[in-house]
Design a binder for this molecule. Structure first.
Ligand code: G6P
Length: 789
């Protein structure tokens, strides 16, 4: 760095000096030229004033008077010297410094006599510099002599020297100023950010070297401030640093777990596992929500990642085998980012797989998504006592949208051998059959992310046969828990002509075998877990930090409280938010001790707001919060804070880490990832989870306080128990839950589903009838063609 500065200073000094000297040189030349022109003008004037006197003396014909005349004229006119010659060029009289007179070039006089005109020339000798002008003198037409007038030109040189002297000071000042300013700019805009980058990288490297460091802090966001000039570089360095740290953290976790003989899935392991085994096959994922959404913000287009566990799980798989994700384009700038085939490469920073966007009209959104999927199937599958609404027009649209997505998948699979299709959720119940009809060689799986109810409940749906038939096009059908698998098998058994094998969990229908399996979805938690109990002092300090964070978070809402009960949900009637609020009211009634001590924070992200049951729920929740608050609140405290907006990952993490109790009271839930996110966030092994028995998560997280959300008193008592539980018990429970979530994380989920799909024998694959002319697919391909045209 020091050498760089010295070189920079030297280069600047040389460059600025050269430029300044050259410019001064030309200044001096110009200045001297001006002075010379001026002097020439002046000598002409001198000549004119001297000439009559000399001519007069010559005309007398007495040269002896000439010396006196020239002496007099010199004194009067201020010239440096005068010399008078006769018509042949013989000196008659002269005056002025001897050195000058001696050096006067005779040639000038001769030339003037010959030409009969004025001739001038500069001359110098010793310290003298002059301009002489020779002027022929006539009497009538006769040449009677020549007059040489000499003017001092020494000042032109001294003026030039003065200009150089003045410029020298200016050049020094300029060099100094430019060096200082450049050094300041270089160090502020170049060296400072570079030093910061280097220092940050060094710290991160050191931290990543410390393998006992918690993974989360090792992978914390790498930023080096707001250096606009270096944005692209910073982005690259950030990405590199993050992936380096993540890779080291996960390598360390792997090594530790290998050492402990444990079986653990990480993002890297999933990627390696998939690329080693995928061979020539490619994976095609289909979901309603897309993994990257482009939205317009002012004049900029920004790319956001929806907060979804699915992206975390599926992305490593797609990256590993350069797969394709087909999803509906939902961002207002999505259309401007795709190519002519509605494709783009993602992730934007490091493109590794293809996102194929399918466009839905407002009407399709309303009938397929709001209508059939969310007013029909959603309440049908969740036993939450909200009546499903089935409209024939919605069903029609649902079929068409499924066909359009199937057509897009089929199009993407063209030329691909052994394709693997992984469809997501209740939005695409018909897609497996549609894809299989065109590509019987494809291995198709669908994962149903919501519960599957009992056959009686499912039987409400007027199109249950078609939905089941669509699903049974898949080779593998996944649910979160065995109960949902059993309900599905029972429903198929009751509705369709098929052979269901409960023991092996398979369905054989039309010579096609579908395997049904539970795969509990999870979060991206890779550990590590602490190996030893913390030192009591450290623990006390950690508790203090949590208390401080809690106070700070709550004070943002003007509330003072010692303990925090947290709920995080989408605003959805299946989540039991109102029931939970009533349980808090009951807690304050049954245990008044918690008044002014405990506050419940309910985060309720707006969801599916165009659907009346959702907007009604929003109002009901707000009214209930207001009523309970009015009943109990005091000057600095209220029992409930409602945050009705979507929080980002960091924000929600802060709330998880500050909570004493996390309250998950879904009336029915496929899995509920909030419960697992809370557990994963609690590195301090503190906090109590109160969990509804009607969630998939309750099957795995047995150390939560399991409640029936309809039992208001029971939930209130569980919250009370959670708030009163001692530290040892809290740690014991949380530690077991963290191990469970870590060992059954989202990477294991993806590896299991896709691993099982790959291992399946495609029963009857050879003999299966290929309905290449399946009418719905034809229709879909036609629609796609029309759109492209
Ligand atoms: C919940 C369900 C998922 C479902 C998602 C859809 O997370 O558990 O099964 O896919 O909601 O939400 P969206 O906002 O896309 O309707």
């Amino acid at each position: 760095m020091h050498l760089f500065r010295v070189r920079l200073i030297l280069a600047l000094i040389v460059a600025v000096t050269l430029v300044s000297v050259a410019s001064t040189y030309f200044d001096v030349l110009a200045h001297k030229h001006t002075l010379r022109v001026e002097l020439e003008r002046r000598i002409k004037w001198m000549d004119m004033s001297v000439q009559p006197g000399v001519t007069g003396a010559l005309e007398t014909g007495d040269p002896s008077a000439l010396p006196g005349v020239v002496e007099l004229l010199k004194t009067h006119t201020g010239v440096l010297g005068l010399a008078v010659y006769d018509g042949q060029g013989k000196l008659l009289a002269c005056t002025g410094p001897q050195e000058v007179l001696r050096a006067l070039p005779y040639g000038v006089i001769q030339k003037s006599i010959q030409k009969g005109d004025v001739v001038s020339a500069f001359g110098h000798s010793g310290d003298w510099q002059w301009l002489e002008e020779a002027q022929p003198l006539h009497n009538g037409n006769a040449l009677i002599g020549t007059l040489a007038v000499v003017a001092d030109a020494g000042y032109i040189r001294s003026e030039g020297i003065a200009v150089w002297q003045r410029s020298f000071l200016r050049i020094v000042a300029l060099v100094f100023f430019i060096v200082v300013v450049t050094l300041a700019m270089v160090s502020w805009f170049l060296l400072r950010p570079m030093t910061q980058v280097a220092e940050k990288l060094r710290l991160l490297r050191l931290r990543a070297d410390q393998t006992e460091q918690p993974a989360e802090s090792a992978t914390e966001k790498f930023t080096i401030g707001d250096w606009k000039l270096f944005r692209p570089l910073v982005r690259e360095v950030e990405t590199m640093a993050e992936s380096l740290i993540a890779a080291r953290a996960s390598a360390a976790t792997e090594a530790r777990l290998r050492d402990a003989g444990e079986h653990m899935w990480t993002e890297e392991r999933l990627a390696v596992h998939m690329s080693d085994r995928s061979g020539s096959s490619r994976i095609f994922v289909v979901s309603n929500r897309e993994p990257y959404v482009h939205i317009r913000q002012g004049r900029e287009t920004v790319c956001t990642v929806p907060p979804s566990g699915l992206v975390t799980a599926i992305e490593p798989v797609l990256r590993a085998c350069d797969g394709v994700w087909v999803a509906s384009g939902s961002g207002d700038a999505d259309a401007s980012m795709v190519d002519a085939f509605d494709r783009l490469r993602v992730p934007p920073d490091d493109p590794r797989y293809t996102l194929r966007r399918v466009w839905l009209s407002a009407e399709e959104e309303s009938q397929y998504y709001d209508g059939f999927a969310n007013e029909g199937l959603w309440p049908l599958c969740h036993i939450a006592h909200t009546r499903p609404i089935f409209r024939a027009a919605d069903w029609e649209c649902y079929q068409q949208v499924n066909a359009r997505f199937a057509a897009a998948v089929v199009e993407e699979m063209e030329g691909c051998t052994n394709p693997v299709v992984f469809a997501q959720d209740y939005h695409f119940a018909l897609l497996p059959r549609l894809v299989k009809a065109v590509r019987p060689d494809a291995r198709v799986a669908i994962f149903w992310h919501i519960p599957w109810p009992n056959p009686e409940a499912f039987g409400i749906c007027p199109w249950q046969d078609e939905l089941l038939d669509g699903l049974l096009g898949a080779d593998l059908i996944g649910f979160h828990i065995p109960l949902h698998c059993n309900n599905f098998l029972a429903t198929v058994d009751r509705v369709l002509e098929s052979r269901t094998d409960r023991e092996h969990m398979t369905v054989l229908r039309n010579r096609h075998l579908s395997t049904v399996r539970p795969y509990p979805v999870s979060v991206a938690f890779e550990g590590p877990l602490p190996e030893l109990d913390p030192d009591p002092e450290e623990e006390a300090q950690a508790e203090q930090e949590v208390a401080f964070a809690r106070t700070e978070l709550l004070s943002g809402f003007g509330v003072r409280a010692e303990s925090l009960v947290l709920g995080v949900d989408r605003m959805d009637y299946t989540k039991g938010i109102v029931e939970r609020l009533l349980a808090i009211e009951e807690l304050l009634e049954a245990h008044p001790w918690h008044r002014e001590r405990m506050t419940m924070v309910q985060v309720a992200a707006p969801s599916r707001t165009r659907i009346p049951s959702y907007s009604e729920l929003g109002l009901q929740v707000e009214e209930t919060v207001e009523r309970i608050n009015l009943r109990y609140q005091t000057a600095h405290w209220k029992p409930i804070v409602l945050i009705n907006r979507q929080l980002n990952h960091e924000e929600v993490g802060r709330w998880y880490r500050a909570a004493d109790v996390c309250l998950v009271t879904s009336l029915h839930d496929g899995m509920n990832l909030v419960a697992k996110e809370f557990v994963a966030a609690r590195e301090d092994e503190d906090g109590v989870l109160v969990l509804s028995k009607f969630t998939g998560a309750a099957v795995e997280l047995r150390d939560a306080l399991i409640v029936n959300p309809y039992d208001t008193e029971g939930v209130a008592e569980a919250v009370h128990e959670g708030l009163e539980m001692n530290r040892e018990e809290r740690r014991r429970r949380m530690r077991r839950m963290r191990r469970q979530v870590m060992e059954h994380n989202i990477y294991r989920w993806a590896a299991n589903v896709l691993g099982d799909l790959r291992e399946l024998r495609l029963e009857g694959g050879e003999g299966i009838e290929i309905h290449r002319a399946a009418p719905v697919s034809e229709h879909a391909l036609h629609v796609a063609d029309q759109k492209r045209a």
